[in-house]
Design a protein around this ligand. Sequence first.
Ligand SMILES: [Zn+2]
Length: 180
Amino acid sequence: MREALPLSIDPRRLAELKREFVGTLTLARLPRLAQVVLAPTDTAAGYVGYKLAFHRDASHRDLVHGEVSATLGLRCERCNEMLQLPVVSEFALAVVHGLDEAAQLPEGYEPLLPEEATLDPATLVEDELLLAIPAVPRHAAGTCRAPQYVSADARAGAEPDAAPVDDNPFAVLQALKRQH
Ligand SMILES: [Zn+2]
């Protein structure tokens, strides 16, 4: 069953209720991610798929198992063009009440220490995607090059201005002279 992701949740309460959310989010709901990625060029890049499953284990730990999938538009640091980075990632969080508890979590669980009793569940999805972004995004080695157009651009910019203004009136005068 699908239900819309609430704006605010109490993860402990949802774990007790064993709630699960599956759906898609737009970048509008993920403002920190939206600041890092480029405007999406296709529909797939504009949406983030997610699954968040809350449950409580036998030792009364409140857990969140999450999945995210998205295609993120990033700026390639080599060629400066758009790089479409597919991200598919899973994560497991355990709600903790303090750092001592965080240190004792079973392997594979990251601590979730909410500052308040409730949180925006979209931030869990957003955090995971932000972690998936490489420090230096680049196309695969050998598939792109650093741009070489800087000097060529400067020349191309100078010529169109200089050529018609200086040469053409003179050429027209020359042509008129020859007619007489
Ligand atoms: Zn590139």
